[in-house]
Ligand binder design. Structure first.
Ligand code: NOJ
Ligand code: CA
Length: 538
């Protein structure tokens, strides 16, 4: 069966690759990546073997939160290029069979957005109700106890009009009022603006937060709060009971989906943080909400096979039949996976896990060459989260420039980049890894190629296998008589696993890229941190 013949959607069979545009490739020597830089690298992405590119925001923005503070939903910041550049990017991607997914930030705008400028002008401005304004309490206090994700309270007082406005991120990100029908209509039009330009989908920023409790009740304390969190981490000390995943948000998501469905084959991806039971509802009661509510669970698991398996099995068990799984191991808000999981060997195994589970994987730029956390001196911190909550919370570490070659600025730019290039770019870069058959990059390419050519891996069922030893995760993927076995050793020691069902199997890929042999499955030997993909003998 050829993969184009099966009745699956591109967002099911393909792999998504996240580009953080500021850090991918600078085409005009200002030290900041841009859309033309992404166009220059389309052939690289095509060769890598991904299906869709998700671009973090490139909208006009004062960049207080690096583009997640949007000043105009229907334009491109000159720093990143122009609408013409964007159209060329879409056309060039489509020519190569690549899809373009863009970020959409519906929870808040920049305080420099025209809508907010109007809204804050007076209490009776027609756009006053497009944002969330509240009177001070009788004693002059804040309207409720909510905190900002980036530290401090979620309310800022506006002297001119004598009310507080809500912002669960920086004060320069006032939150929109999705209970207002005119605001909803205006936001749906921003989707149509890009859908007409040919975008294939949206990654929707903190979509579970767009609707709040109607009475804005106080959140209860979080019993699991980190006792060592900085004093200003009010958000972390409360349970997100009334500020996210409200029942009424689902009606809005169905409306958003209806806008996507005015066009063919467009995909909605949601950034969601809640527990499994809250999260699974975003697929809709019969698949009428988001196609891919981001599943971040593996990202939070310890480096341990049993924990990973439990997470996957729980997800599989929670999904209704129409819901398609997905997995994420890194993004622009988390430490680099090679750092988080303890090293390059672990990162190679993680790549095999991510690309062989049932469901759509999302890759983060640079993970394919094993980028590690950047070292950001305190005075170079750019991220508001790092500035407000401390160096150890800064997200700059995972946003350092992509390492294309060993030149002074790693081939990212010929000028000083906005964040320091990591010193390891001398050896860890695309050019060097292209030339090294055993590199991380070649592992990613082979995994992606294998996946694309193997229906069992792309769309097959998933069944965990009890393999009898500790710290190994083994599973079977199967479709129409085609079968693959994946055996992953999370331990730093060699392991022998028992795979029931067949006596022998052929190794078609090892994370070490040095093994292709037929072997007994009753005592399959795995080296430290080795992962194998096998075809069992019938
Ligand atoms: C989630 C985004 O991924 C993050 O980068 C951003 O700071 C917040 N949402 C606010 O938009
Ligand atoms: Ca640039």
């Amino acid at each position: 069966m050829h993969h184009s013949e099966h009745p699956y959607h591109w967002w099911q069979s393909g792999v998504v690759y996240q580009v953080y545009p500021r850090s991918f490739k600078d085409s005009n020597r200002d030290g900041i990546g841009d859309l033309n830089g992404v166009i220059e690298k389309l052939d690289y992405l095509k060769e890598l073997g991904i299906q869709a590119i998700w671009l973090s925001p490139f909208y006009p923005s004062p960049m207080v939160d690096f583009g997640y503070d949007v000043a105009d939903y229907c334009d491109v910041d000159p720093m990143f290029g122009s609408l013409d550049d964007f159209d060329r990017l879409v056309a060039s991607a489509h020519q190569r069979g690549l899809k373009i997914i863009i970020d959409w930030v519906p929870n808040h705008t920049s305080d420099q957005h025209e809508w907010f400028k109007e809204s804050r002008a007076s209490q009776d401005n027609p756009k006053r109700d497009w944002y969330i304004w509240r009177d001070p309490k009788a004693d002059g206090g804040l309207p409720n106890n909510w905190g900002s994700v980036f530290g401090g309270p979620a309310w800022t007082f506006d002297r001119q009009t004598g009310q507080y406005y809500l912002h669960q991120f920086v004060p320069e990100q006032p939150e929109l009022n999705w209970r207002n029908p005119d605001l909803r209509a205006a936001m749906y039009d921003t989707l149509r603006f890009w859908l007409k330009r040919g975008v294939d989908g949206f990654r929707m920023d903190v979509i579970g937060m767009i609707l709040k409790d109607e009475q804005l009740r106080d959140n209860p304390p979080n019993p699991q709060a980190n006792p060592n969190a900085p004093a200003n981490d009010i958000f972390g000390r409360l349970l997100s009971l009334h500020n996210m995943d409200q029942d009424e948000v689902h009606q809005i998501i169905r409306e958003i989906r209806a806008v996507l469905d005015e066009f063919d084959e467009r995909c909605g991806i949601g950034e969601l943080w809640g527990d499994l039971d809250r999260w699974v509802r975003y697929y809709g009661e019969n698949g009428n909400e988001l196609q891919l509510p981001f599943n971040f669970r593996l990202m939070w698991e310890p480096w341990q096979a049993e924990a990973m398996r439990r997470s996957v099995d729980a997800l599989e068990a929670a999904l209704p039949p129409f819901a398609w799984p997905n997995y994420v191991l890194g993004n622009h808000d988390q430490p680099r996976l090679a750092t988080r999981f303890g090293g390059q060997a672990q990162a190679r195994l993680a790549a095999m896990l991510l690309l062989t589970l049932r469901g759509t994987p999302t890759l983060y730029y640079g993970d394919e060459i094993g980028l590690e956390n950047g070292l950001i001196p305190a005075d170079k911190i750019q991220d508001p989260q790092g500035k407000n909550l401390g160096v150890e919370r800064t997200r700059d570490v995972c946003r350092t420039p992509m390492q294309w070659d060993d030149t002074p600025f790693a081939g990212f730019s010929t000028s000083e980049p906005w964040l320091p290039v990591s010193a390891d770019h001398k050896t860890r870069n695309v050019k060097a890894q292209q030339a090294d058959p055993a590199s991380m990059l070649n592992l990613y390419r082979q995994l992606l190629k294998l996946r694309a050519g193997t229906p069992a891996l792309q769309i097959g069922s998933y069944t965990a296998i009890d393999c009898g030893v500790e710290n190994c995760f083994v599973y079977r993927r199967q479709v129409q008589g085609e079968e693959r076995i994946i055996a992953l050793n999370f331990s730093a020691e060699p392991r022998k696993v028992n795979i029931p069902g067949s006596l022998r199997g052929t190794i078609i890929l090892s994370t070490h890229l040095d093994r292709n042999e037929t072997t007994a499955l009753g005592a399959l030997e795995l080296r430290p941190y080795e992962g194998l993909i096998l075809v069992p003998e019938k």
